[in-house]
Design a protein around this ligand. Structure first.
Ligand code: ADP
Length: 496
């Protein structure tokens, strides 16, 4: 096989292409942004053709000097849940892609809840009923236009998440497929029996024929035509699951945390499907040779966004890395806490009326304390989610792997280790998402032999060992809980 793996990393705001070598190092890359459409408040759309064109341009950039000849296999990773419907006969999109963030189907979700379907959906799909997931987006498009619905009934419509759409285009319309990680974000996939759920399809009035074939995350998907050459696509995985894989979280209890705009935390639970009592999602982590591994997923809504806020709205810093420099000047927050509940709080509080709070300040509180409190809030919120993962799953968590923009902060990484009482491992290559898709593709294509080899490839930049004694950790975490109480239900009266 060729010397390199090409990953297509199709994200929410840009399409990227990254070439990896056998050592997991980046050889070359390309990136092309595309337009976001906001046709109404709360609505978010992409143009499927622009997604495709930007992706191909990114590939051409990445292959500009090395060419396609040395590429042995292609892996695809993608923004999850975003919904594309296209014409099976012409291959043309039938509607703008409805992006995962789009809230237009909230009323359909309310209706499903009022039918008492929450337990059924959670036990079958592992998900909470929410507009994020593809199911209600498909229904919305089919209901919006009788012409599309008629075509769908005749079997002439394909639905796909963005991976399926790219795969279809790459293979010249020959393959209509997805992988289990993406299927498990549609709210139509039964994670127990590993098949589409007929009851949910019936309730949502979605014809079975629109759905893609579902395959392992690592395995042959089809031949892609790239710059005049045929190259096998051997992996597909949703972005967060790919990051878990790239972080080599292959054992139950392995956790990765991506510190981006929000935090995305996934915990491998092995062959156990843990149903959360606290609002975490159960999802497929990956599937290889017909054997699925599962994960618990939790997220923090506002993480790096709080650092952006400090820069853009408060003007306290001029760039994100300055937060670290300020925080380093002080060893602690001098008793202050910051709760970035700008849009409410997720697990384990689920309080959409919570709002931001800064508490515990004295006349001695400085800008440095404030900056540090903002950084620490990412770690406290992550601990909240990880504690729930521990208690829901009963797994023993011994370390977490970090990536994402804010994992550059040494203060944050050290404090995360301190407040969790476990080590935080930061890899050299923090492109975990693209690397994970490359790992999955290379496993199937025979570039790597198995998990042990992948673990040996991943190089650690730094391990942050916990250095705080138990009593101080408990004291500080109690303070955080008190601060959260202050932020809680703050805006409850707003709509009265
Ligand atoms: P996303 O993929 O969600 O856009 P990224 O993984 O690119 O996010 O991370 C961007 C976030 O990381 C921003 O919110 C930014 O505030 C934060 N960030 C970037 N560099 C640093 C840093 N040195 N210290 C703290 N936060 C940082």
């Amino acid at each position: 096989m060729g010397r390199f793996i090409l990953t297509l990393d199709q994200g929410t705001t840009s399409s990227r292409a990254i070439v990896f070598d056998r050592e997991g190092s980046i050889v070359s890359s390309g990136q092309v942004s595309f337009r976001q459409y906001y046709p109404k408040p709360g609505w978010v759309e992409h143009d499927p053709d622009q997604i495709w064109e930007s992706q191909i341009l990114a590939v051409e950039q990445a292959l500009e000097t090395i060419g396609p000849d040395d590429i042995g296999a292609v892996g695809i990773t993608n923004q999850r849940e975003t919904t594309v419907l296209w014409d099976r006969i012409t291959g043309k999109p039938l509607h703008p892609a409805i992006v995962w963030q789009c809230r237009r189907t909230a009323h359909i979700c309310d209706d499903l809840k009022s039918q008492g379907l929450e337990d059924y959906v959670r036990n079958t799909t592992g998900l909470l009923i929410d507009a994020y997931f593809s199911a209600t987006k498909i229904k919305w498009i089919l209901d919006s236009d009788p012409v599309i619905r008629d075509k769908a009934v005749r079997g002439e419509v394909c639905f796909g998440t963005v991976d399926s759409w790219l795969l279809y285009k790459l293979t010249g319309g020959r393959v209509h497929a997805t992988d289990v990680t993406n299927a498990s974000r549609t709210m139509l996939w039964d994670i127990n029996r590993m098949c589409w759920d007929e009851r949910l399809l019936r309730i949502l009035d979605i014809p079975r024929s629109v759905l893609p074939e579902v395959r392992d995350s690592s395995g042959f998907f089809g031949e892609a035509e790239i710059m005049g050459r045929k190259i096998p696509v051997t992996a597909v995985a949703g972005d967060q699951q790919a990051a878990l894989f790239g972080q080599t979280c292959y054992s139950p209890g392995d956790i990765k945390n991506t510190y981006g705009t929000g935090c995305f935390i996934l915990c491998n639970t092995g062959d156990r499907k843990v149903v959360s009592e606290s609002g975490l999602l159960t999802t497929v982590a990956y599937s290889i040779s017909g054997k699925p591994a599962y994960a618990l997923e939790g997220s923090v809504f506002n993480a790096g966004s709080a650092i952006q806020w400090l820069r853009d709205e408060m003007g306290m810093i001029s760039k994100a890395s300055e937060c670290d420099e300020l925080a380093e000047q002080v060893g602690d927050c001098n008793g202050m806490y910051f709760v970035p509940a700008f849009t409410g709080l997720g697990a384990p509080y689920w309080d959409m009326y919570a709002r931001g709070a800064a508490v515990g300040m004295t006349r001695g509180t400085t800008r440095a304390h404030f900056a540090r409190a903002v950084l620490e809030s990412l770690a406290y919120q992550s601990r909240d989610v990880i504690e729930v993962m521990r208690s829901d799953s009963g797994v023993d968590v011994t370390s977490i792997s970090a990536d994402g923009g804010a994992s550059a902060s040494n203060v944050l990484m050290q404090f995360q280790a301190d407040i969790l009482g476990i080590s935080v491992v930061r890899p050299v290559n923090r492109e975990s998402t693209a690397l994970g898709a490359a790992f999955l593709a290379g496993l199937s294509a025979g570039m790597w032999s198995g998990f042990d080899e992948l673990r040996s490839i991943r190089k650690t930049d730094r391990v942050f060992a916990p250095g705080m004694d138990d009593s101080r950790r408990d004291l500080m975490f109690r303070g955080w809980k008190k601060a959260v109480t202050c932020a809680g239900k703050w805006a409850e009266d707003e709509n009265r």
